[in-house]
Design a protein around this ligand. Sequence first.
Ligand SMILES: [Zn+2]
Ligand SMILES: [Zn+2]
Length: 279
Amino acid sequence: MAVDLHTHSTASDGSETPSALVEMAVDLGLSALALTDHDTLQGIEEARASADRAGIDLIPGTEISLDFLGGMHLVVLWLEPGPGPLQDRLTGLQLGREGRNAAIVGLLADHDMPMSLEEVIAESGGGTVGRPHIAAVMMQKGYVGSIAEAFDMWLGAGKPAYAHRPRLTPEEAIGLARDSGGVPVLAHPHTLGINRSHEMADLLVRLRSAGLVGLEATYSAYQRHEREGYADLARRFGLVVSGGSDYHGSYKPNLELGIGYGDLVIPDEVMEELRAAAG
Ligand SMILES: [Zn+2]
Ligand SMILES: [Zn+2]
């Protein structure tokens, strides 16, 4: 059976509620679904209640952005809501996000694209607020023609309305994840912006010794040869080949839960491998 180990709901920047996501996973015949909203475990309770009713395995998780040159995302699986070393840091990371959202709204106003933070929060539906919500408001106001254009022209790294926020280092985040009983997986490795294989090798050795367990090789946006390349890389450095769709609902058009752009298959053995490797 297949699983999906990287998804977003209205608890962060996805368009579907946690329970809607579970229902979609059931319809697709997935045996397990990980909910990995940015910097929050807020959606887990709702997702778990639906999953329990439907008889599907719900893996609690989150995705955090780390302090790394090109940008690094870490998916942490089996991270239970409640107090804990990493759990306790999530609120601070969210507050960093709020300060950043206000800064972005200010920068957009400087470029004659006014909007209020309230409009952005309304767009988010009550979960973690992020750049995709700001992009959606920009679209509604006619400032840009698409979410992609909002990022390419204004919101992306180095663009005029880009703002930094405080982040954990990769070692801190991986250590906190392990201390919290979570299983850290390096998400969509292409976004690291590393093209040289020896640099990638050095990084994976460094992250593996910090406690990294998996590498997200089976990812929606990858062609078959890229998936195989990252899978080889993972095995070479003692990491489990993980996978996920990075489903965001209407915020990532045409990308579907479980199957990505149609050809994604993440076998459920991945879960056992991840758990075994984490010990
Ligand atoms: Zn990500
Ligand atoms: Zn994601």
